[in-house]
Structure formats: C-alpha cells, structure tokens
Design a protein around this ligand. Structure first.
Ligand SMILES: *Cc1c(COP(=O)(O)O)cnc(C)c1O
Length: 425
C-alpha cells in the first residue's frame, strides 16, 4: 500500500489492533450474554447499514430546505422522511429528529419553554424520574427550580400530591415519564392538573416509545404539549433523541431551541438510521415485536413473583419489571453482580422508599426490549425468570458463595443466547 492510500484502505485490525481487540471482545460479550438492561437494544441490519454510512460526512446545519451549506439535497430527503415517519408513529403535529440524545431532547424543551429560575414539577429519581428532569447536579436542576412528586407506598404515581404541589408552586412545566416507573401514566389526568395552573406538559417516553408507536401503551397525544424520547431504547433505533409536539407553532420554538439553541450540526447518518427505524416501527411486524416486549416483561414479573420476589406495583405496563429485593434480604449491587457472572446482565435500581444509596439500591430493573428483538417470547422469559430466581436464591442463602459461578445455571443462560443469535458473522 502506498503511503498516501493507507488512510482510505487500511482496515482497523491492521491500523489499530489495540482498539480492534476491544471491539472484538465486546462483540463476543454481546453475542454470549442475555441482555436484560432496560435501555439496551439492537438495531436492524438495515438501520446499522444506514448508521456510519457515507452520509456521515455531510455537513448540514439547519433544517431541510434551510441549510447553511451546499450539497445537502440527499440529507434533506432523508431528514424529511424521518420527520414524516416520526409524526405518523405518534400522531404528532411536529417532529424534530436532530437531538443527539435523550438528555439533549429534554434540554431543548427546557430551553424552548422556560427561563432560568422557572419552576418545574417532575417525578423524583427514586420513584423513577430521570436525571435530566431536574437532578441537582444536572443543568436542569442547577438552572431551574425543581419540585418533585413521587409515588404512593404501593409504587403508583401520587396524582393527588402532583395536584397539590402544582397548586402550591405553580410550575411552568410538568414532566411525566421516567426510567424506572413501571405503570401506564394517566395523561388526561396530568393534562387537567396542568390546566389548573396554566403549566405546559412534557412526557418523556424514552422507555416505552415503541409500545406507544404500536398502540400497546396509551398515547400521550393529544393530552401532552411535548413528547421526548430516546430512539435507541424500546424504539429499537440508533442512539439519539426525538422531540414531538402537539402543534406546529410549538414545534417551531422547539426547532430553534435544538438548532441553534443547544446544538450545531446534526448527525446525518444517525438521522438516516432513525428514518429506517421509524419506517420499521410503522410496519405490522413491529406490533408483534411490541406485544412480545410487553408480554415478556409480564411473564418475568409473574415468574419472579411465583418464586417469592416482590414486584413493584405488582406488575408492569412497560418494557421492564422492577424487583424489590428487600423482602429477600438482598441488595441491588450484589444481585446485579451475581447475575452478570451467570451471563445475564441487569441493573441495580432504586425502588420506591429505598433507603440504600444509588450505588447499592434495593432493587433490580429487568428489561425485555433486547431479548424480544432477538426473537425471544414468553417461553424464554419464563426460563429467564427461573434462571434469575435460581441465581438470587443461591445468593440469598449464602451471600459469600453466591458470587461464585454455578456452571449449570450459566449454561442455561448461554444456551438461550446461542439459540437466539445476533447478526450473522
Ligand atoms: C435514557 C433516558 C434519557 C436520556 O437519554 P440519553 O440518550 O442517555 O441522554 C432521558 N429520559 C429518560 C426517561 C430516559 O430513560
């Protein structure tokens, strides 16, 4: 190879074996493990082709038809497709497909609707809220005043507290949705509380946006003003964000908050992958996917409950189930570790009224978006409930020994992974 051509021709394994080794190891980890971390998911082969495709080299600040650079017609076409498909998926009046992430989507909403110092009413973190809804150390919590509502002792949103706090603090924005709240949100109720005090409403549906697209979860429109979501979780798309609004006037405010408000140029290849993902979500096959996601989450809930584990709210309406480990004398961190050692990845999570720190926690969040993408259904979810219960029972009986691997349990997990392979090699 001539010195000049290496840049366009030398493959990664030759050019940088150190990085290539980590990528290969990560590939084998992902192929061999059962992924039950709620936000994790895969991309279709087609969407993967779009992501990282040559359109990544296009520079396209602005919006379709109003760009600041030349040579943008193909990316304009792609972004228009993504926008139209996103609107169709959620029955929305306007869509912005440019946010780089879920957190940036929420930041853009804050920037569009609020001024620093304004009051926001959102769900507290231990009840399932998200750090971008006003955590002290996040920009949203540093520059805005956050009032939090939570859940009642049984884990359901406390709408009475929401109304009382809204009347008392008169927030400009009320946020619903979060990372670990397992039940359907009553959007009409939230909208009527917001109307009492003239607040705007935001539903952050990151964890169940695929279910909404498939009509397996109540639609936030027409009740909510703005909806944000990550595209990489339950929606089964590339890593990124999406903002939808009820009407076009509000959409124009959101557009200028995303660009030039908080972002420069978008990621054109990720927008292409979003367009492919949204196209998939509009097909009938996606309804089957969403139904399996939900049904697997419910099967895991009932399977674990039958083995004596306490499920937060007693069940689930979303792509994950929340296990409260306190009744078994276990903590989230050691449970997560023991499961990982047996080939099943989950994450420790705070549960309502948790007294442990966020690094320890008393709960586990177990998600089903990725296993359903792999093709698994109720039979496999049942088997996974048994595997999880076997690992945790062993740990509860003997916290020391429980961290060692029981190879017969690990083999059951690895057999499932083999039976439902990822992309062909
Ligand atoms: C994951 C998540 C986000 C943030 O997404 P990032 O892309 O990681 O920034 C925002 N809101 C909710 C509810 C989430 O679950």
């Amino acid at each position: 190879m001539t010195a000049k051509r290496w840049f366009f021709e030398e493959p990664l394994t030759q050019a940088d074996p150190e990085v290539a080794r980590y990528i290969a190891a990560e590939e084998s980890r992902q192929r061999g493990q059962i992924e039950l971390i709620a936000p994790k998911n895969y991309l279709s082969r087609a969407a993967r082709e779009a992501m990282g495709s040559i359109v990544v080299f296009a520079t396209v600040e602005g919006y379709p038809g109003k760009r600041y650079h030349a040579g943008v017609e193909n990316v304009d076409g792609i972004e228009r497709l993504a926008i139209e498909r996103a609107k169709a998926m959620f029955a929305a009046g306007h869509a912005n497909v440019q946010p780089h992430s879920g957190t940036q989507s929420n930041q853009a909403v804050y920037f569009a609707l609020l001024s620093p110092g304004d009051t926001v009413l959102s769900m507290d973190l231990s009840s399932g809220g998200h750090l971008s809804h006003g955590l002290k150390s996040n920009l949203s919590g540093r520059w805005f005043k956050t009032i939090s509502y939570g859940t009642t002792a049984d884990g359901f949103i406390d709408y009475e507290a929401m109304e009382r706090l809204a009347r008392e603090h008169r927030p400009k924005l009320i946020i619903v949705g979060g990372s670990s709240y397992p039940r359907a949100i009553n959007f009409p109720k939230v909208s009527s509380i917001a109307a009492l005090v003239g607040a705007m409403t935001l539903a952050d549906v990151s964890h169940f946006s695929g279910l909404i697209a498939a009509k397996e979860y109540p639609s936030p429109f027409p009740y909510m003003d703005v909806v944000t979501t990550t595209t990489n979780k339950n929606l089964r798309g590339p890593r990124g964000g999406l903002i939808l609004t009820r009407d076009a006037a509000l959409g124009r405010k959101i557009d200028s908050a995303v660009f030039p408000g908080i972002q420069g140029g978008p990621l054109p290849d990720v927008i292409a992958a979003k367009a492919v993902c949204f196209g998939e979500a509009l097909k009938p096959e996606f309804i089957d996917y969403a139904r399996r996601v939900l049904s697997c989450a419910r099967t895991l809930s009932s399977g674990l409950s039958a083995r004596g584990f306490k499920i937060v709210t007693g069940g689930t309406d979303v792509p994950f189930t929340m296990v409260d480990l306190r009744t078994r004398g276990l903590k989230g961190d050691i449970a997560q570790k023991a499961l990982e050692a047996h080939g099943v990845t989950t994450n420790r999570n705070l549960v309502p009224q948790d007294t442990e720190s966020p690094n320890v926690t008393s709960g586990l969040r177990i998600g089903t978006s990725a296993i359903a993408a792999r093709g698994m259904a109720d039979a496999e979810a049942s088997e996974l409930a048994e595997i999880i219960a076997d690992v945790l029972d062993r740990l509860a009986k003997n916290p020391g020994q429980g961290q060692e691997i029981d190879s017969s349990i690990a083999e059951r997990a690895s057999a499932l992974a083999k039976k439902f392979p990822l992309y062909p090699t």
